[in-house]
Design a protein around this ligand. Structure first.
Ligand SMILES: C[S@@+](CC[C@H](N)C(=O)[O-])C[C@H]1O[C@@H](n2cnc3c(N)ncnc32)[C@H](O)[C@@H]1O
Length: 466
C-alpha cells in the first residue's frame, strides 16, 4: 500500500500520519508495541514489506526521526540521536577492515547503519538500555539488511534484559550474550549522567576495542576530576589518537556542541591530532508541518535549518587533512586539563602545522570580497534612494513656485491694483477678522503670526491697500 506518492522531500508530520495509516494504529505511540507484537506473532516480515513499499527510494532514516520527535526521552536517557552526516564521518574514520563492530548506546542505530554501508559483511553488536527504542532499532536493522546482535541492557551496570539476533531480515531472541572485545567500538552515549557517566562510557569503549574506538562526547575542556584523571591515563598510555571539534547545530533536538574522541590501540608514534572542524559545515533544511496549537501553526510547514558535514568535509576530516585547523601534538607533551576548547585561540601550540595557510587566505579573501560586494550594493541602493528623494523634493518646490507665479499673474491686473481691508465674520460664535478685499488674505491671523507692523501691501496678493 503506497500512501504518499512523494518519495523525496517528505515531511515529518505527514510521514507520521502515513505510518499510522499504514499499520492501522491509533497513535504513533503504539508503533513500538506494534513492531514488538509482530515479531512475537511471526508477522514481522509482512510489516517490513509494507514499510519498504511505502518508503520507496527514500533514503531518509524516518524510523529515527519519528522516534526522536514523538517518543525520545531527552531528559533522563538523553536520547538525542546522531544526524546522518556525523554518523557517516565516524564510519569514514574507520581505518581497518573490521570483522566486528560494537555500537554502545545504539539508540535507533544511526552509527551502525552508516558503518554497515562501508562494511556490509561485518558482524554488528548493538547495546541499548531503553526497550521503547528497541523495536525501532530492530526494524531499522532489518530494513537495512544488517546482521546484528542487539543487547537490550544497561552498559553501566552490565544487566541484560533481552538479546535479539537479526539475520537476513529475520529476528529471533537469544538466551544470553557475553560481551567480548571488538575490532571497532563506536558510541554516542548520553552525556553528563551522574556518577561519572562520561568516564564510564569512555572506559567501556576503550576496554572493548581491539583496533579503534570512537566516541561522541561534549566539547572540551574536560572539567570533572575523574574524567581528567582517566583522560590523563589515556594520554599516558598513548591511546588517544585525535579529538575532532564538531560545528554547532548538528543535532535536531539539542544545541550541545560535541566532539569526537578517537582511540587507537596500536599507535606507531605518540601523535595526538586536534582537528577544529567547527567551520566545515553546510546547511541542511528539514521540513516539518506544525503539529500543535491553532491553525496558524498546524497549517504551516516549518523549514528548520541545521548544520551538517558534506561529503567533501567528511573525506578531509576522516583523513586528517593537515590544514591550519589541525594541530599535531604529542601525547606526552600535553596534560588532559590543557586540552583546549578552541584551537584558534592557542597562541603557540607545540607542533602547529600551518601547512595550508594559502587555503585560509583564500577563504578570507573570498569572505572579504562577498562583504565588499554587499556593501557596494547597499551604497548603490542608498545613493539611488537619496537621488530620488532630492528629485522629488525639487519637483515639488518647482510646482509650488509655478503655482504661486500663476496666482500672482492672475491677481495683479492693471484694473485691480488696489485692495482694501474689510471686516468679515467667520465661524460661530462670530469672530470678526480683517481680510483683503481682493484675495481674502486674513490679516489678523497672518499679521500676528508673522509679526508685521502697519501693512501697505497685502502679503497675500501683493496689492496696495487703501
Ligand atoms: C545520545 S543517544 C544516542 C543514540 C545513538 N547512539 C545515536 O547515535 O543515535 C544515547 C542512547 O543511549 C541510551 N542509554 C542511556 N543510558 C544507557 C545505558 N546505561 N546503557 C545503554 N544505553 C543507554 C539511550 O536510551 C539513548 O538511546
Amino acid at each position: 500500500m503506497k500512501i504518499s506518492n512523494e518519495t523525496i522531500k517528505r515531511e515529518l508530520y505527514s510521514v507520521t500520519q502515513d505510518i499510522i495509516k499504514l499499520f492501522n494504529l491509533e497513535s504513533i505511540h503504539d508503533l513500538g508495541e506494534y513492531i514488538k507484537n509482530s515479531i512475537d506473532n511471526g508477522n514481522f516480515e509482512k510489516l517490513l514489506q509494507l514499510y519498504v513499499e511505502w518508503l520507496g527510494d527514500d533514503t531518509t532514516d524516518w524510523i529515527q526521526a519519528v522516534y526522536q520527535y514523538n517518543q525520545a526521552d531527552r531528559d533522563k536517557l538523553k536520547q538525542d540521536y546522531t544526524p546522518q552526516s556525523l554518523s557517516k564521518l565516524l564510519a569514514k574514520m574507520i581505518k581497518c577492515e573490521p570483522e566486528t563492530v560494537y555500537d554502545v548506546c545504539s539508540g535507533s542505530g544511526s552509527l551502525t547503519l552508516q558503518i554497515h554501508k562501508q562494511y556490509p559483511n561485518a558482524q554488528y553488536i548493538l547495546h541499548e538500555l531503553d526497550d521503547n527504542v528497541i523495536p525501532y532499532l530492530l526494524l531499522n536493522l532489518a530494513l537495512n539488511n544488517v546482521n546484528a546482535t542487539v543487547i537490550n541492557g544497561d552498559v553501566l551496570s552490565g544487566d541484560t534484559f533481552k538479546v535479539y539476533y537479526v539475520h537476513n531480515k529475520h529476528i529471533e531472541q537469544l538466551d544470553h550474550y557475553e560481551l567480548t572485545k571488538y575490532d571497532v567500538v563506536v558510541s554516542n552515549p548520553p552525556f553528563n549522567l551522574k556518577n561519572n557517566g562520561n568516564k564510564k562510557f569512555l572506559k567501556h569503549v576503550v576496554d572493548h576495542s581491539i583496533n579503534q574506538g570512537m566516541i561522541i562526547l561534549y566539547k572540551p575542556p574536560i572539567k570533572d576530576k575523574e574524567e581528567i584523571k582517566y583522560m590523563q591515563h589515556l594520554l599516558d598510555k598513548n591511546l588517544l589518537y585525535r579529538i575532532i571539534y564538531n560545528p554547532d547545530r548538528l543535532f535536531t533536538s539539542t544545541t550541545t556542541i560535541t566532539s569526537i574522541l578517537e582511540i587507537r590501540h596500536n599507535k606507531q608514534n605518540t601523535s595526538l591530532y586536534l582537528q577544529d572542524c567547527t567551520y566545515y559545515k553546510s546547511e541542511e533544511i528539514r521540513h516539518q508541518n506544525g503539529q500543535f496549537g491553532g491553525n496558524s501553526h498546524t497549517g504551516r510547514t516549518y523549514h528548520k535549518k541545521f548544520n551538517c558535514y558534506d561529503d567533501e568535509h567528511i573525506e578531509r576530516i576522516a583523513n586528517i587533512w593537515r590544514g591550519p585547523r589541525t594541530i599535531e601534538w604529542s601525547t606526552n607533551q600535553i596534560k588532559a586539563e590543557e586540552i583546549p576548547s578552541n584551537l584558534m585561540n592557542i597562541s603557540n601550540p607545540i607542533g602547529l602545522l600551518y601547512g595550508d595557510s594559502d587555503e585560509i587566505q583564500k577563504a578570507l579573501d573570498e569572505k572579504q570580497k562577498a562583504l565588499d560586494e554587499k556593501q557596494k550594493a547597499l551604497d548603490e541602493k542608498q545613493k539611488k534612494e537619496y537621488q530620488e528623494a532630492v528629485m522629488k523634493m525639487a519637483r515639488a518646490l518647482l510646482s509650488v513656485d509655478l503655482a504661486k507665479e500663476e496666482m500672482r499673474k492672475k491677481l495683479i491686473t492693471p484694473e485691480r491694483k488696489k485692495a482694501k481691508w474689510i471686516i468679515k465674520c467667520h465661524g460661530f460664535p462670530p469672530e470678526p477678522t480683517t481680510v483683503c478685499s481682493e484675495c481674502g488674505f486674513d490679516r489678523d491671523f497672518n499679521v500676528r503670526a508673522r509679526g508685521f507692523g502697519k501693512i501697505k501691501y497685502c502679503p497675500g496678493c501683493g496689492r496696495r491697500i487703501i
